[in-house]
Design a protein around this ligand. Sequence first.
Ligand code: ADP
Ligand code: MG
Length: 241
Amino acid sequence: MTIVKEEHEGVAAESATPAYRIVGVTKTYQQKGRVVKALTGVTINIAQGDFVTIQGPTGGGKSTFLQILGALDRPTEGEVFLNGADIAKASNTELGRLRADEIGFVFQGFNLIPTLTAAENVDMGLEPLGLAKEERARRVAEALVHVGLEERGDHRPGELSGGQQQRVAIARAIAKQPKVLLADEPTGNLDESMRDEILQVLQSLNGGGLTLIVVTHDSAVARKAKRRLRLEKGTVRDITK
Ligand SMILES: Nc1ncnc2c1ncn2[C@@H]1O[C@H](COP(=O)(O)OP(=O)(O)O)[C@@H](O)[C@H]1O
Ligand SMILES: [Mg+2]
């Protein structure tokens, strides 16, 4: 199935297309014969260029929600539009393409390949895009500059601090020039000073126009957000003050 674009009435509607339009999303899991409702009817828009954090208790549905936004999983019910395209109804091939070139994902555990250098790890994110070799090299160098690691391209993860490793992971996610960057507890394994490094990088990317959605337990991260959400018992609430 191909992705169906929503219909728009001219330019005004087009420019107002949110990064995400999420309508009535539920997600249920089967756990040992029991039905677990991870999301129970989430409806929310996320604007282009926003910096949104999602807080809430363990088991509240945060990771499930982010995986659905990241096309890593499908909702049980409901609609998820990324820039107007319905990703809940997309084919597996289409979802693979979205993950490859429209969505950047950053995880708590960095998920770098230990035997590859920082530059090679960043380059991995570009593999599915079929870019020319020169363009790949240019994007890798540019992404490393964006995270302040232009001098560390030939270092392996084991030779870098946790904060630097997470910055490599961010570089890998942004090298494909995604429309959104999703991060699940990106500072969860880091001390305060490394957290601040990551926050600075995220804020600077958002300043450049990238839409950010960050799941976090850390109120210092949430304080930097433009919009704060809380996800509890499968329900989203806006807690921006
Ligand atoms: N793959 C899965 N299979 C079964 N249950 C799951 C799965 N992933 C999450 N859940 C359940 O869904 C609920 C929400 O989990 P999760 O989205 O991981 O919450 P959070 O990230 O806020 O801690 C929990 O009850 C959890 O046990
Ligand atoms: Mg989680």
